[in-house]
Design a protein around this ligand. Structure first.
Ligand SMILES: Nc1nc2c(ncn2[C@@H]2O[C@H](COP(=O)(O)OP(=O)(O)OP(=O)(O)O)[C@@H](O)[C@H]2O)c(=O)[nH]1
Length: 559
């Protein structure tokens, strides 16, 4: 074995380069091979112990060979750095992920690609050190010139093969590591949420159609089934939560004018009849009860006169006897009817005048303009030629309002600018009505409080101007009374009668919360005709005044 080893050394020398004479001092290689004196690059990575053993073996073999054949020319070839340069100690290859066939990385569910560097560093196999060390050892063997070139070649090839295998292993391991990083973690941190199974498109469509969907968001395709609607705070609702097929608002059946009158007077009548019923419960009619009844009737605005008529009639019939509420109601309706019948007159028109002039007066908001429209509708409907005069020059809306009524009733209208002289307008309107052959001229006036002297003076002026045109004009002075005002209506009639010569009354708003008793008191005192009653805002809501109907409605007696 020792000769074979020597042979290899010689062959290596012939094949490559002639052997060089080694300086004497260089032959003292023990020191050279000392691991202490010769700095071994990266000594921490190279195990020098076997090399020292090899060098010792070499010296022993050379000594034995020289002893056996002193003639032999045995060169002690010592390693020199310039002849056999030490290969640099190769550290594990710094394989970067770029050099490795990177797997396709899906970012979803895996770590960010940035983490791959760290992953590759930490996953570098430590086994790659071994072939490196072996290669270094082989090189060392060559360097010391004792291992034999062939042996050294074999060792180097084996080391390189091992190194290549190690690199392959590393690359495979690294690729596995990277592939693992790219895969979603098999252990999710949170409980996975089961995705809702997608409903077939046709099923969704059917559901939408069944709901009548699409009506609220026209043109918008339902993108996805949003699932059950979230609970909304009070006050919020979704279109789905809206009641389907909400019943359409059914118009209330229109009441007859008498029903509306009764409804309007219900407060007055129910209050009155209730008090009367409780007054006469298990009581015989005596002076005290009669006095109490009189008080109740006066409180109901019927007036002292009418109240006394009622109590007197009741006493004459039932004094000292049991009395019921129905008894009192019946007598009350009869007596009120007697008071009202004389005033329940039709509005007489003297069409020989052409025009018959109707001046409409009253306090603000009592229904003058509206009543003019209603009257014109009746007259026009009867074939009469009607002209209106917008004498309320204080209020632009009143002028406009009358124009609307003129349009609706096919009436002619004369109007002027806001603030114009109302008397002058009345004059102009009369002239035009005369010229055009109008049957009726209806003149609106500004609403005014009866205590406003200057306004009342203007009203007087209108009456004077009209009287100059026709001594009998205005032929009718109508005053509108708001049925909700109560006792103040009596005062209004007194003032307007004195100033404008009111000749007849129309009580409006008897369809509301009326206090109709005052009309009985006014009728009893002034004996002014009551032509119509207003029972609504519509064009037909003006009814001829009927004493009995009105009386029964107040008394709460069935017709
Ligand atoms: N319910 C009800 N409302 C009425 C009736 N008559 C008039 N009105 C309403 O009462 C309000 C006043 O009516 P107008 O006709 O403007 O009264 P006016 O007297 O001309 O008012 P001024 O021009 O301010 O003096 C309006 O809203 C009318 O629709 C009625 O008989 N019943």
């Amino acid at each position: 074995m020792a000769f074979g080893f020597i042979k290899k050394v010689f062959t290596f020398g012939k094949d490559t380069a002639p052997a060089k004479e080694v300086p004497e001092e260089a032959l003292k290689q023990e020191d050279v091979l000392s691991t202490e004196d010769v700095p071994v690059p990266h000594a921490d990575a190279v195990d020098a112990e076997p090399l020292v053993a090899l060098a010792e073996d070499r010296d022993l073999l050379l000594d034995e060979a020289e002893a056996a054949n002193p003639e032999a020319d045995l060169h002690r070839v010592e390693p020199q750095a310039d002849i056999y340069p030490l290969p640099p100690v190769v550290h594990p290859l710094p394989i970067t992920p770029d050099e490795v066939a990177a797997p396709e990385i899906e970012t979803a569910g895996g770590p960010a690609p940035d983490s791959l560097d760290a992953a590759s560093e930490t996953s570098t196999p430590s086994a790659t050190l071994t072939p490196e060390v072996e290669a270094t050892r082989a090189a060392e063997l060559v360097n010391i010139g004792l291992g034999g070139v062939e042996h050294a070649h074999e060792e180097i090839e084996a080391a390189e093969a091992a190194k290549a295998a190690a690199i392959d292993d590393f690359r495979a391991a690294d690729a596995d590591a990277m592939a693992e990083l790219a895969e979603p973690s098999p252990l999710p941190l949170e409980e996975p949420v089961e995705p809702a199974p997608a409903k077939p498109k046709s099923a969704r469509k059917k559901k939408t159609e069944a709901k009548g969907g699409g009506a609220t968001t026209s043109g918008a395709e339902p993108v996805a089934d949003a699932g059950p609607a979230p609970a909304l705070p009070k006050g919020f609702s979704t279109a789905d939560q809206m009641p389907k097929d909400a019943p359409a608002a059914v118009p209330a059946p229109r009441l007859s004018w008498f029903q509306r009158l009764r409804a309007g007077l219900a407060r007055t009548s129910s209050q009155l009849t209730g008090q009367i019923a409780s007054l006469f419960t298990k009581r015989k009619l005596d002076d005290a009860t009669l006095q109490d009844l009189e008080d109740l009737l006066i409180q109901a605005d019927l007036g002292v006169e009418t109240a006394l008529r009622i109590t007197d009639t009741l006493a004459s019939e039932r004094y000292g006897k049991d009395v019921t509420g129905e008894d009192v109601g019946r007598i009350m309706a009869g007596e009120i009817t007697k008071v009202l019948e004389p005033v329940a007159k039709p509005l007489e028109l003297d069409l020989s005048h052409k025009p018959h002039v109707i001046l409409v007066v009253g306090v603000n908001g009592t229904g003058k303009t509206t009543t003019i429209g209603k009257l014109a509708a009746k007259l026009s409907g009867a074939g009469l030629k009607v002209m209106m005069a917008a004498g309320d020059t204080f209020r632009a809306a009143a002028i406009e309002q009358l124009h609307i009524w003129a349009d609706r009733t096919k009436s002619e209208i004369v109007s002027s600018k806001l603030g114009a002289d109302a008397a002058g307008l009345a004059y102009e309107a009369y002239e035009q009505a005369k010229a055009k052959g109008s049957d009726v001229l209806i003149i609106d006036t500004a609403g005014r409080l009866q205590n406003k002297a200057e306004l009342m003076a203007e009203l007087e002026k209108i009456v004077r101007v009209l009287g100059k045109l026709d001594p009998d004009a205005p032929h009718t002075v109508l005053q509108t009374l708001d049925a909700t005002t109560g006792q103040n209506a009596m005062n209004q009639v007194e003032i307007f009668r004195n100033v404008a010569g009111v000749s007849g009354l129309i009580m409006t708003k008897l369809d509301g919360t009326a206090r109709g008793g005052i009309l009985v008191a006014i009728a009893a005192k002034h004996k002014l005709p009551v032509y119509f009653i207003g029972v609504g805002e519509g064009i037909d809501d003006l009814e001829p005044f009927e004493a009995k109907d009105f009386a029964q409605a107040i008394a709460g007696v069935e017709a």
